[in-house]
Write a protein that binds this ligand. Structure first.
Ligand code: NAD
Length: 499
């Protein structure tokens, strides 16, 4: 394959690092170019992954098309279901290996990586079951017309995913696409591509036909842009930032292909005076510190009624101070951030917060030789964050909770909806009517009442309002996203019979 090195790419020299190839047409492929993959807890490379460009994307799309036209498209739902169940079993069989790899690649605590593996397997099991129950509708609109709908796969689906939950998000988007009969090309994030490669290998071993799932690691502006611009892709699914989501949508518009966008968030907790503190506090803490806050649906804003503000902030600050920070392999509460770039971005927000808001706890990098060169930041709470402030409105993507107060329900809703995002929200109250009212008022794709995040929520449709995205992943809804509707109308009047 042709080589066009950039300054970030490494020449094809021998390396002691473990090498991960691309997977194209059922084969493990190297490209002559590599991306070094860093361990975020040490800032040192531990692996390298094949760096794909437009040429490899071309081959991957062609392989997906061939696999679709010559086999997967004609497989029965039962046959596709069986393969998905085998992939789920393969993921479970590799549980420890995948979790270790995900921890090394992303920095997340090992117990969180184990959950990611379990959830990834559940996606394949869930869509294995769901696709067997997928049916169209019968429409009897006229006496001599039998009309019905078919749900057909699009053909070749292109998937681009971020680095924060690589295995979970890969499974979340691939399982419904493959189960529905599409053949896929996946472009993982350059910062955390390794479990995507392993997932493709597991899928092949599970009996997925060669070419039905291709993985092309590479840089976003190169491999990602080539995939989104490719006229042979029939459906795009993107998970990542709002900014890149816009570029993906522009590319999709040029080829008139449907696009699912799962983008960022600035999700609020709305805490009312009658909230259950024992239940709320651990989940509020977890929602912004899990994977060090690098979570699209992180509960990053705390909107709290003035009357309970002081006690709640004091309790949360104490919980934050007790959190253990360290390398993911040691299973702390918080690991490092993904990269120096992400850490510096978060530190920029911490500087703004220290200048303009009230610092309740954290606010910097943890001190101590044990943190070495790792990309760590302290779990932080900023209090009295003004609704006009950047901290209130922008996705920080780190363990930073921003607290503001309200004094009426209308004000709570107004504050909740004030940002351009609308991914998730938490409502904390014992009053069932207030909970229902708030759940309906808030503009967010998922509203959790007296809980948050729901353990992966494989079965729960998930899609953002406003700048948080378009379309839905997860649940039965996602099967619709990866199929299109065809209507067949049959004249049922026998020849010669007058009506
Ligand atoms: P990102 O947008 O920078 O990158 C996401 C992916 O897009 C990567 O694979 C990247 O290589 C690729 N990419 C970059 N430029 C591209 C281009 N021009 N064309 C095509 N692809 C390109 O996002 P990130 O930093 O990896 O992830 C963090 C973001 O993802 C946050 O905003 C987070 O909220 C969001 N996210 C959303 C969800 C969700 O389900 N809503 C889930 C996880 C993460």
């Amino acid at each position: 394959m042709t080589e066009s090195p950039t300054e970030r790419n490494h020449p094809a020299t021998e390396s002691l690092l473990t090498q991960y190839p691309a997977v194209i047409a059922g084969k493990r492929v190297t490209t002559g170019r590599w991306i070094e993959v860093l361990d975020p807890s040490t800032a040192r490379p531990f692996a390298r992954v094949a760096c794909c460009g437009a040429a490899e994307v071309e081959q991957a799309v062609a392989a997906a098309r061939l696999a679709h036209e010559t086999g997967w498209r004609f497989a029965t739902a039962a046959e596709r279901s069986l393969v998905c169940r085998r992939i789920a079993a393969g993921v479970r069989a590799a549980r420890a290996e995948l979790a270790r790899l995900e921890t090394r690649d992303t920095g997340k605590p090992i117990s969180q990586a184990l959950v990611d593996v379990d959830v990834a397997a559940r996606y394949f099991d869930f869509y294995a079951g769901a696709v067997e129950a997928l049916t169209g509708e019968t429409i009897l609109s006229q006496p001599d017309l039998l009309a019905f709908t078919l749900r057909e796969p699009y053909g070749v689906s292109g998937h681009i995913i971020p680095w924060n939950y690589p295995l979970q998000v890969a499974a979340r988007t691939l399982a419904p696409a493959l189960a529905a009969g599409n053949c896929a090309v996946l472009k993982p994030a350059e910062d955390a591509p390794l479990t995507s490669v392993r997932l493709a290998e597991i899928a092949l071993d599970a009996g997925l036909p060669a070419g039905a799932l291709n993985v092309v690691p590479g840089y976003g502006e190169e491999a990602g842009a080539a995939l989104t611009a490719h006229p042979g892709v029939d459906k795009l699914a993107f998970t990542g930032s709002r900014e890149v989501g816009e570029a993906v949508m522009v590319a999709a518009a040029r080829n008139i292909v449907p696009v699912t966008l799962e983008l960022g968030g600035k999700s609020p907790h709305l805490v009312l005076p009658d909230f259950d503190a024992a239940r709320a506090i651990p989940l509020i803490v977890r929602s912004i510190t899990e994977h060090a806050g690098q979570n699209c649906s992180a509960g990053s804003r705390l909107l709290v009624h003035e009357s309970v503000h002081d006690d709640l902030v004091a309790a949360l600050a104490a919980e934050f101070r007790a959190l253990r920070i360290g390398p993911g392999a040691g299973d702390p509460d918080l690991g490092p951030l993904i990269s120096a770039k992400q850490r510096d971005r978060v530190l920029g927000y911490l500087e703004l917060g220290r200048r303009d808001c009230v610092l309740a706890t954290g606010g910097g990098v943890p001190e101590g030789a044990e943190y070495g060169e790792g990309f760590y930041v302290e779990p932080t709470i900023f209090d009295r964050v003004a609704p006009e402030h950047r901290l209130f409105n922008e996705e920080i993507f780190g363990p930073v909770l921003c607290v503001s107060t309200f004094s009426s329900l209308d004000e709570a809703v107004e504050l909740a909806d004030r940002t351009s995002y609308g991914l998730a929200a938490g409502v904390w109250t014992r009053d069932v009517s207030t909970a229902h009212w708030l759940a309906r008022q808030v503009r967010a794709g998922q509203v959790f009442v007296n809980n948050y995040s729901a353990a992966g929520g494989v079965e729960l449709p998930f899609g953002g309002y406003k700048n948080s995205g378009i379309g839905v992943e997860k649940g039965l809804e996602a099967l619709r996203e990866y199929t299109r509707c065809k209507t067949v109308a049959i004249n049922t009047q026998p020849p010669g019979l007058s009506s």
